[in-house]
Design a protein around this ligand. Structure first.
Ligand SMILES: *Cc1c(COP(=O)(O)O)cnc(C)c1O
Length: 298
């Protein structure tokens, strides 16, 4: 069980709220954060059906690729990562820490030019892939699928044992994690889940999340905040950086520079805007992403 750390600060006392951070960055050194939950059931399925290799897609800094490569090593299953950007192909000196580590963990890296990469989910590309690897197990970019979403059940149950929360904040990339939390968390009429989009212009995420939800059971209220992307995916701005620095030095908890920095920033902004109800118990979900930072800053 990962810790649920209480964050004490006068800002929170003044607003009459209580704040915790759920430390999923500590759940595994490399298969870290939300990616562990997204992979778990997929790995069991692949193992049970003797599927091999595990195949997926990602950019050079993809936490999903890092997690999949590490999982392949741990469970001794071959992995193949299709990486965006063929300019990296013959230039390992330009590889990110994520790619170097993925290859060290035994992942076979194949670089795709951007145009081909964009077509990776289309039938043509997928059929070709299935023909090449008839026994392979293909995971989409970011790892979001039905089993990934079901994989958040243990996390929501663990959190339920630790606290009866009113607000649950989490970072959003594909929306798989948010969908998993909405789908699996216990329903209470006062509860709210708030996802913070890391991407710019991510309105489509509302539908993307909705399509994963099974509305046969009552679901907690949820929303996705679209205005805290700080310039777009992988980008940031002065305000977000300042907030991250403040948070890290105040609480001695490191945030990743792509997702959790924006999640915390959004929470602090929404708090200042009076958008968090008095008396509320707030949980910030730390979704990890620190394995891409070779040198910890704290
Ligand atoms: C991948 C990732 C996310 C986004 O998860 P989705 O399920 O794609 O929305 C958030 N935080 C971290 C640290 C991640 O690596």
């Amino acid at each position: 069980m990962t810790p649920l750390t209480r964050l004490h600060h006068s800002i929170f006392t003044e607003k009459n709220i209580q704040v915790w951070i759920k430390r999923e960055e500590l759940n595994h050194p490399v298969i870290q954060g939300n990616k562990l939950y997204k992979l778990q059931q997929n790995l069991s399925y692949a193992k049970q059906h003797k599927k091999s290799p595990l195949i997926s897609f990602g950019g050079p800094f993809s936490n999903h690729i890092a997690a999949l490569a590490a999982a392949g090593k741990e469970f001794q299953v071959p992995t193949i990562g299709f990486i965006r950007g063929d300019e990296l192909k013959n230039h390992p000196e330009k590889w990110s820490h994520t790619l170097v580590t993925a290859e060290d963990n035994g992942m076979q890296l194949q670089f795709l030019d951007r145009q081909t990469y964009r077509q990776k989910d289309q039938a043509n590309f997928q059929n070709q892939l299935k023909a090449t690897y008839p026994n392979g197990y293909i995971l989409p970019e970011g790892g979001t699928n039905v089993l990934a979403i079901q994989g958040f059940k243990p996390l929501t149950e663990e959190l339920e044992q630790q606290i009866n929360w009113d607000y649950l904040f989490c970072a959003v990339g594909t929306g798989g994690t948010l969908a998993g939390l909405i789908q699996n968390s216990q329903y209470q009429n006062k509860r709210q889940l708030i996802g913070i989009a890391s991407l710019k212009g991510a309105k489509f995420l509302n539908q993307a999340v909705e399509q994963w939800l099974d509305t046969a059971k009552p679901l907690n209220d949820w929303q996705i905040e679209l205005d805290f992307h700080g310039g777009g995916y992988g980008k940031t701005n002065h305000e977000i950086k300042a907030c991250q620095n403040w948070f890290e030095s105040e609480f001695k908890i490191q945030l990743d520079p792509v997702y959790n920095n924006k999640m915390v920033f959004a929470f602090m902004q929404m708090l200042q805007q009076g958008r968090v109800k008095q008396g509320a118990k707030v949980v910030l979900l730390h979704t990890g992403g620190l394995q891409g930072n070779p040198t910890s800053r704290l």
